[in-house]
Ligand binder design. Structure first.
Ligand SMILES: Cc1cc2nc3c(=O)[nH]c(=O)nc-3n(C[C@H](O)[C@H](O)[C@H](O)COP(=O)(O)O)c2cc1C
Length: 166
């Protein structure tokens, strides 16, 4: 089974963790890679969010209100080589950042297994399992994994990921 991780993650100032060099979700994506050999694709916005946490929350809310599809630095158009697609990000206002939607709208998920994951500070998976069932038409969407963002750099979080991917 060949695996791919499609994810968003943002370094900078964030809730509960202060300034971080590497985003919380990126840590989880790297655990998935370690346990499955998955390739990684990061949805990297052309226009990055502000480094400041509060400004970032406002930018994310504006995208939500507009149902935006923010441009990415690069895109992935073909996932035919993969069987399992992990899709994840931080929870932003209850769902995935819209950069992930930009990428998902380009892809054909027919016959794929989709595994949703998120990091968060209280919302768990939010609405992402239901949203991905709609966005990844033709895929089987498995149960998702939610990890608290401020706890990603722990043996417990790593074990949670290991148990889930297995
Ligand atoms: C714009 C924004 C909106 C957020 N909204 C939520 C939310 O609705 N629920 C929640 O539990 N956490 C929320 N958070 C916290 C993030 O989900 C959490 O810090 C996550 O681990 C960040 O992941 P990252 O470092 O990979 O970007 C929000 C953070 C930001 C920056």
């Amino acid at each position: 089974m060949r695996s791919l991780v499609i994810y968003f993650s943002r370094p900078g100032n964030n809730w509960a963790v202060g300034y971080i060099e590497k985003g919380n979700t990126e840590v989880i994506a790297e655990y998935i890679k370690e346990f499955t050999g998955a390739d990684l694709f990061k949805c990297d916005p052309k226009r990055p969010y502000s480094d400041d946490y509060m400004a970032c929350t406002e930018e994310a809310m504006a995208y939500k209100k507009q149902n935006a599809r923010p441009e990415l630095k690069k895109y992935l158009d073909d996932i035919s080589a993969y069987d399992v697609i992990y899709i994840g990000g931080p929870i932003y206002w209850g769902e995935l950042p819209y950069e992930v939607y930009t990428e998902l709208d380009r892809l054909d998920f027919t016959g794929k297994i989709v595994k949703p994951f998120a990091t968060h500070e209280g919302s768990g998976l939010g609405s992402i399992e239901n949203v991905l069932k709609k966005k990844c038409a033709g895929a089987i969407v498995k149960n998702g994994l939610a990890v608290q963002g401020s706890a990603v750099n722990s043996e417990m979080a790593k074990k949670q990921v290991k148990d889930w991917v297995e």
